[in-house]
Design a protein around this ligand. Structure first.
Ligand code: ZN
Ligand code: ZN
Ligand code: ZN
Length: 198
């Protein structure tokens, strides 16, 4: 039995990240027209979700806030109205992109998911920083092996120290130092060097 012909629908705008949760009922969707679900931020004006009613299905297009593609779903009307809560997922990332059911449940699911996404993004940033440092160290080692790092005092007795935000090369004989920041620009510049003189 379909208990209710009223539900909430929740989605996240791929343009401005605003979360929209609005009420829908069975009579909102007519077979002759496409229903647009606009972003709750009126200044944004984007329509992340489009729904058209077919005979026994809804064709739903969701502009994905995760991978930014448009995903198309065919959902049976009975599934749409009969389930207490269900989620359409991005086929690329597995994250939910359209939440249908009770408003409070939609809110908590979206909040949970955003927490998870933030954590993943932090991991990604840490990974990216580390790979920059690995690449830089590898290049410095290759230069050192071929005697292409030396001090202006003539010494090739060079030590390397790595901190969180910089790599320091210093001459063991005269203590001259050269610092290389571990950001993208500095690394790109470093990789172009065929010799390093302190
Ligand atoms: Zn928006
Ligand atoms: Zn996606
Ligand atoms: Zn020196």
């Amino acid at each position: 039995m379909i208990k209710e012909f009223k539900k909430s629908i929740g989605y996240i705008c791929p343009c401005c990240s605003a979360i929209t949760i609005r009420d829908i009922n069975l009579f909102d969707f007519s077979e002759s027209s496409v229903t647009e679900f606009p972003c709750s931020d009126k200044l944004c004006g984007h329509n992340p979700v489009l729904l058209s009613a077919k005979k026994d299905k809804y064709a739903i297009s969701v502009h994905c806030p995760i991978c930014e593609e448009k995903h198309l779903y065919n959902v049976r009307k009975i599934t749409f109205w009969h389930n207490d809560f269900f989620v359409l997922h991005c086929p690329e990332s597995g994250f939910g992109v359209l939440f249908i059911g009770d408003e409070a449940k939609i809110k908590s699911e979206i909040v949970e998911q955003e927490k998870l996404i933030n954590e993943l993004e932090e991991d990604f940033t840490v990974g990216e920083e580390l790979s920059i440092i690995f690449e830089a160290v590898e290049h410095i080692n290759a230069l050192a092996k071929n005697d292409n790092i030396y001090c202006s005092c003539g010494s090739r007795n060079i030590a390397i120290e790595i901190d969180n935000d910089k790599i320091t090369l210093f001459c063991r004989d005269c203590n001259t130092k050269r610092e290389i920041k571990t950001d993208k620009e500095s690394l790109t510049a470093l990789l172009k060097l065929s010799t390093i003189v302190l």
